[in-house]
Structures are given as structure tokens and as C-alpha cells.
Design a protein around this ligand. Structure first.
Ligand SMILES: *Cc1c(COP(=O)(O)O)cnc(C)c1O
Length: 355
């Protein structure tokens, strides 16, 4: 039999993203942590005015325009920024550059499911360390494992918790490899680990425009790190990894902080409301510093509720895996969407009780 793929590729499972129904499907979509509000009007204006000439030519290879804009917003020099086709691409670049068979990639579980897929592609060894029930960082084990790459999502998905900077500092100072701090949800929290890039050469912070800036479809993410670290990453990135349109639209979006902040304020208020409504329905609700909630229905009927809501065209996320299979992850929608969800859950729980 002909064998087309490396054995690690044959052996790996495909990444299963949240369901993405075709555009125009009438559905309340609370399963992929997208922002319920439209992108910045300034960003959409740039999109409408894209010049054909920009598309005739190859784009600037490093997304220079976006790096300049992000540099102003974040207060870091532009050569400390690497831009990618979504932050997923930055994660992938890190794996390609820093791992090899026999070297470990380490992360606490449960976390972002894609990490595992990216590592399996590269045939590196994986060490998953369980978070304790209180989601404190398992520092001793992470340090002892000393991975070539250590991933920490903070705020984490699907737990929604933030890892304290003190713990991240201890980790960064003890590891011989790279510490990747994935801040996809940083816009919804008060704190950030950005300062650590100035203190530790082995730290890279990952950000995205997909969540806070309502641009998941555009595909633009970036990393911030010491240029010494970025040098190696630039070597393995695709030569033209950010297209001219994404770069221009994202530049306008990140420059419009006022708009992003106003959307985030609405989402945080809705998050509090939804958390309180779900608690009234008897759900356990984890504290969240993100645009989603991890919740546990009281009768262990998470999968049932997920299925029933799907029949009613409300999509939320259910992970059939240890520790999560009795829980649901719900993206914060508009107040109207959240209300529809709460009403549907109220009815479902009432019916279940009768039965
Ligand atoms: C959504 C998400 C990403 C991916 O973001 P993109 O920029 O859309 O690729 C990365 N990390 C975590 C933890 C996420 O939840």
C-alpha cells in the first residue's frame, strides 16, 4: 500500500473547530467566541476603499503598516511585533521553529484544543499537565517538564481564568525554552502579561483581532517578543503571510481603540447579566475574564442541553472530553441573543423536570 504521509500525520486526529454554519443561516451562534458586534466603522471604510493596485502587487512581507499602528497602541517598538494570518498562524510558526521529534511541548489542561493538533503535525512530544480544580497554575510540574515550548493561554479557554503575572514570571525565569502566553481574550480582562517581554527574552505574547475587534473572518493575529526571538520565527514564516487587505483593515481596527472599548464594555455588562441569569437557573458558573462563560448544569445534562439548543438553532460549545463533558461553553452574545438562550434553557429544564 502506498503511504503518502509521515506516520505522525497518519496517526493524528483532525482539529475539530466549532461548527461554522453557512453565511445567512438563521442561527444564534454562541460557539466560537466571536464578537456579536460589527467591526469598527473605520475598518469597514478602509475595506470599501481598497485600491486594486494594492492587490496587483505582493504585500509588504512583515505587515509594516500594522506593526506601526500596533506599536503606538501597545507602547512597544514595531520590530518587537510579528504579524500573522490569525494568531493560529503565529502558534504554528512557533511550533515549526522551536520543536523537533523528541523535544517536549508542554501546557496545562484543559486549554485551547489547537495546541495539540499543531504539535502532532510536527511530531514533537506532548506533555499535558492537568490544572487542579481551582485552576491555579501547576508551576512545579511545568518547570520540571522544561518544554522546548510551553503554552499558557491567559485568560484560558474554556475556563475563563487569568494566570497571575507572578506565576508567569516564575515560569519564564525557570524555563530554558520559549514561554508562549496566548492573550486571545486580553481585551476582556483588566490585566496583561505584556511587560514580561521586556523582562524575559524567552517570552512571546500572542494577540488576535478575532475576538475583541470583531475580525475573526479577516484572519489577523500578532505576537510581541524580543527581536532576538522574532528573528528565528521570521525565518520559518511564509514570505507573504499577511495579505494586503487584512493588513490595511486591521491597521484601522487597532487604531480605533474607542470603538473596541465600547464593544468590550457592552460585552462585559452582558457577561455579568448572563452569569446571574444562569446561576438563577441552577447552573454553576465559573468566573470569566473573557467573552464566554464556562457553566455546569446541575443535573449532568450538558450534552442533552447542547443538542436541544442546536435543534432550536442556538449553537453553544460542548467538549466531549474529560473534565468538560459535564459542562458547556457559551459565548456572550447581544443581550437579546442571551435572553433567547436563557428562555430556551428555562423551557428545556422545566420540560426535563416533568419527564
Ligand atoms: C480564538 C483563539 C485563538 C485563535 O485566534 P485567531 O487569531 O482567530 O487564529 C488563539 N488562542 C486562543 C486561546 C483562542 O481562543
Amino acid at each position: 500500500m502506498t503511504k503518502y504521509f509521515r506516520s505522525n500525520v497518519d496517526a493524528m486526529a483532525s482539529y475539530v473547530p466549532g461548527e461554522q454554519p453557512p453565511r445567512g443561516t438563521k442561527i444564534i451562534k454562541l460557539n466560537s467566541n466571536e464578537n456579536p458586534y460589527p467591526p469598527s466603522p473605520a475598518a469597514l471604510e478602509v475595506l470599501r476603499n481598497i485600491d486594486g493596485e494594492w492587490l496587483r502587487r505582493y504585500p509588504e512581507p512583515f505587515g509594516g503598516e500594522f506593526r506601526q499602528a500596533a506599536s503606538k497602541v501597545l507602547g512597544v517598538p514595531s520590530d518587537w511585533i510579528i504579524v500573522g494570518n490569525g494568531s493560529d498562524e503565529i502558534l504554528s510558526i512557533i511550533i515549526r521553529a522551536c520543536t523537533e521529534p523528541g523535544r517536549k511541548v508542554v501546557y496545562p489542561m484543559p486549554t485551547y484544543v489547537l495546541y495539540r493538533t499543531l504539535v502532532e503535525m510536527q511530531a514533537a512530544d506532548i506533555l499535558e499537565i492537568s490544572y487542579p480544580e481551582d485552576y491555579s497554575l501547576p508551576l512545579k510540574e511545568l518547570i520540571a517538564a522544561d518544554g522546548s515550548v510551553t503554552f499558557i493561554a491567559s485568560p484560558n479557554s474554556p475556563s475563563g481564568h487569568v494566570v497571575p503575572n507572578e506565576d508567569l514570571r516564575k515560569l519564564a525565569s525557570q524555563l530554558s525554552g520559549i514561554l508562549v502566553i496566548d492573550e486571545a481574550y486580553v481585551d476582556f480582562t483588566e490585566s496583561s502579561a505584556l511587560d514580561l517581554v521586556h523582562e524575559y527574552e524567552n517570552v512571546i505574547i500572542i494577540r488576535t483581532l478575532s475576538k475583541g475587534y470583531s475580525l475573526a473572518g479577516l484572519r489577523l493575529g500578532f505576537g510581541i517578543a524580543n527581536p532576538k526571538l522574532l528573528d528565528g520565527l521570521f525565518k520559518v514564516k511564509d514570505s507573504y503571510n499577511i495579505d494586503a487587505i487584512a493588513c490595511a483593515v486591521a491597521t484601522a481596527a487597532i487604531t480605533d481603540q474607542a470603538y473596541k472599548n465600547s464593544c468590550v464594555a457592552k460585552i462585559k455588562a452582558s457577561r455579568n447579566q448572563l452569569a446571574s441569569d444562569l446561576k438563577k437557573l441552577g447552573f454553576l458558573v465559573w468566573d470569566s475574564q473573557t467573552n464566554f462563560l464556562l457553566v455546569q448544569p446541575h443535573q449532568g445534562n450538558a450534552e442533552y442541553l447542547y443538542q436541544k439548543l442546536k435543534e432550536q438553532k442556538i449553537l453553544i460549545r460542548y467538549f466531549k472530553q474529560p473534565r468538560l463533558d459535564d459542562k458547556l461553553r457559551i459565548t456572550i452574545g447581544t443581550d437579546e441573543q442571551n435572553q433567547t438562550l436563557v428562555e430556551a434553557l428555562t423551557d428545556l429544564l422545566a420540560t426535563k423536570h416533568k419527564g
